[in-house]
Write a protein that binds this ligand. Structure first.
Ligand code: NAP
Length: 300
């Protein structure tokens, strides 16, 4: 039987609607509007598209947002100064530095300059550490979106074997850490595969839930998937296709057609994990505003 399609677009719209309602309640109670600052360094076209999409989501939900565009030759110190200003700006509750940064800038140094309470991407080592030891924190948006997709599709990872392919700091490692926590909608047995893994298919075929974040177009084929498994495809890859007007199309890291015949449920690309990332960013920013209000109240 072909797989059930997990509709990330629809689920992300539900989440944004809920966040908007909570944002309006917050405004009615306190007059505070959640604010998000984007920092874009250089002119990477993909980064510009991502920042535009995130800015649009802010508009849609009525969040305050600013985009700070800096030239590619910006120095580390200049960037850190900008971040410090935003750390002290009470209208800004979340700060997002769009990655990747130009190669002369040390990404970790920059991420560590963000006040952890405004780190809505969840990349600051303090928030990464909290996630690993099971404390409440901002979860990185893409992995948080994956957990939410599972939750809202009534797929409980508890007791299941989750296989993650990819160990990046933004997807693979955090989703592995999120799903192995002794918490609701987690509590899975987690295996992480990477380029050092000898026989990827040996592991992927054992997955009840297979999460793929490799950046390799259509790498995972149907014969690498256990019948009935849940497949979450994080990949976003552009491949040439002379049959379409644009000359290219977007595919995931999973070969959709063959996986669709074997899997029990699968996320499409586009329309699966992608829209969830932005919805979770909005959720984190609302949470950041609430956290900062609480800190102020405690200080008074
Ligand atoms: P990344 O930083 O390039 O990491 C890729 C990971 O995959 C690495 O851990 C790498 O292993 C592993 N890998 C690559 N080729 C492999 C192979 N042949 N066999 C086994 N492991 C392999 O990528 P990322 O940032 O996690 O992103 C992954 C994909 O997700 C990309 O297509 C990206 O565009 C997409 N993405 C989508 C969203 C969204 O919102 N939908 C968000 C983020 C990323 P090593 O560590 O050993 O090198």
């Amino acid at each position: 039987m072909p797989a059930q399609i997990i509709n990330g677009r629809k689920i992300s719209e539900e989440i944004k609607k809920e966040v908007k309602q909570k944002k309006e309640a917050l405004f009615n109670e306190t007059g505070i509007v959640p604010g998000l600052a984007f920092i874009l360094v250089g002119d990477n076209p993909a980064s510009q598209v991502y920042v535009n999409m995130k800015g649009k989501a802010c508009e849609e939900l009525g969040f305050y947002s600013v985009t700070i565009k800096l030239p590619a030759q910006t120095t580390e110190d200049e960037l850190i100064e900008k971040i410090k200003t935003l750390n002290n700006d009470s209208k800004i509750h979340g700060i997002l530095v769009q990655l990747p940064l130009p190669s002369h800038i040390d990404e970790q140094k920059i991420l560590q300059a963000i006040d952890p309470i405004k780190d809505v991407d969840g990349f600051h080592p303090v928030n990464v550490g909290k996630l690993v030891i099971g404390l409440d924190t901002y979860l990185p948006c893409t992995p948080a979106g994956i957990q939410e997709l599972l939750k809202r599709s009534d797929i409980n990872p508890s007791g299941k074997h989750v296989v993650v392919v990819g160990r990046s700091n933004i997807v693979g490692k955090p989703i592995a850490n999120i799903l192995l926590q002794k918490r609701d909608w987690a509590n899975a047995t987690v295996t992480v595969c990477h380029t050092g893994t000898r026989d990827i298919a040996y592991f992927t075929r054992q997955a009840d839930i297979l999460i793929v974040a490799m950046g390799k177009p259509e790498f995972i084929k149907g014969d690498m998937i256990k019948p009935g498994a849940v497949v979450i495809d994080v990949g976003v890859n552009r491949i040439d296709d002379p049959n379409v007007e644009k000359g290219y199309r977007i595919v995931g890291d999973v070969h959709f057609e063959s996986a669709f015949e074997v899997a029990g449920a699968i996320t499409p690309v586009p329309g699966g994990v992608g829209p969830m990332t932005i919805a979770m960013l909005m959720k984190n920013t609302l949470q950041a505003a609430l956290n900062q209000i609480k800190v102020k109240e405690l200080a008074n």
